[in-house]
Ligand binder design. Sequence first.
Ligand SMILES: Cc1cc2nc3c(=O)[nH]c(=O)nc-3n(C[C@H](O)[C@H](O)[C@H](O)COP(=O)(O)OP(=O)(O)OC[C@H]3O[C@@H](n4cnc5c(N)ncnc54)[C@H](O)[C@@H]3O)c2cc1C
Length: 420
Amino acid sequence: MSPTVSSALDDVLIIGGGVIGLATALALVEVGRGVRVIEAGTLGCGASHGNCGTLTPSHAPPLAAPGMVAQGLRWMLTPDAPLYLKPRLDPALWRWLAHFAARCNLRDWRQSTRSRSLILADSRQRLADWVVRYGLDCEFAEEGLDFVFRQQSNFDHYALQCEVLGEFGIESEIIGGMDYLRTEPALKPGVAGVVRYPGDARLRPDRYMSELARALRQRGGVIEEGCSATGLEARGTRVSVATTLGEKTAAEVVLALGAWSPAFTRALGLHLPIQPGKGYSITYTRPALVPRKAMVLKERSVCVTAWDSGFRLGSTMEFSGYDQTLNPRRLAALETGAAEYLHQPVGATVQERWYGWRPMTWDDLPILGRAPGHEHIWLATGHGMLGMSMSAASGQLMADLITGAPTAIDPQPYRMERFL
Ligand SMILES: Cc1cc2nc3c(=O)[nH]c(=O)nc-3n(C[C@H](O)[C@H](O)[C@H](O)COP(=O)(O)OP(=O)(O)OC[C@H]3O[C@@H](n4cnc5c(N)ncnc54)[C@H](O)[C@@H]3O)c2cc1C
């Protein structure tokens, strides 16, 4: 098909139809801005599709924590460990890892935890409001989330951290294994203890995406799928974007490209420290006996989410570049991990085996705000493991920054300038 040329001027053009692009678009149309979203594939075909759908203020602590380097090295020797680094000569990866390792200390951990908890708390509340306001039918449930431990020493060690999380406004409950098993028949005997986060929630990600798209379209937003941006150039007060469907021009352009961001922004002279953190999931028909809440099986780092419409095991973090293969060993590790904890670890029929690339920054904070040196180009990326959880707050913050409205949270910690 030959490319068509569109000469119309858009108000705001958003590149990337993942959860961050759509949430930004919705927050913008809400205040009367005209929005077009262009998406290279189909809406939500990136990380926003098959993820676990948990909304987790409880996950405020970043990956870079004291002791993480040693733990990561141990995991590298275990082929089916939850974290894997494919050794290779990639200077961007090694720079990223060096920065990450340097942050594995208490001071930086606290700083990231604080900034993550602020955006997570805003997003958790805002997303619940959006579900009501826009009537989002996405299997949203405010039921909390459980961290389940089978080893007493792991449980005891982790439970100590809960007091610190309280300082960041994250409520938790400690539940002994025997008490828990009395109320949760889906779990096998041998649970040492559980940490419950009553403030967490969950939804079904693909439904959330299609509902955001519906709400956006109903308010006049335009979505173009199969439209890949190939370059952009600022021309005075306008930005011109080259796409596979012709040139588009807009007053403001938002780059919401998830793990694809670094390659695209290089031409702007910006070096985004984002690595793709590959994760996997398997979605099944719903087994007869499922956990009552979403849970993380801690020793195996497997996340379990049950909806009326299905059942998903997900997780693993693999730094293997932009590798597009489904690694059968990682997928099998999800099932064997789940089988250690659950009576019915899988559903009767597999609906989908999936991988996605999380856009990982080394400080585990998203990049939100104006692109340095580019007045009309904006960055909304780097949400790592928590893009669903941070989506509503990110969208609102971007809309407020673009329109010059007061922001609900301080935007400072998320600005790209922290890396310059
Ligand atoms: C296994 C797994 C489990 C997860 N579980 C959770 C969870 O439980 N809770 C949670 O909060 N988060 C979770 N996440 C993280 C979450 O999925 C991501 O943080 C989030 O989806 C990132 O959204 P995004 O919009 O930035 O990126 P994406 O969804 O990847 O969207 C970027 C989009 O840009 C498009 N694109 C790329 N290049 C171009 C171009 N040139 N032109 C136009 N479009 C382009 C892509 O096709 C893609 O659709 C999980 C991730 C994984 C992998």
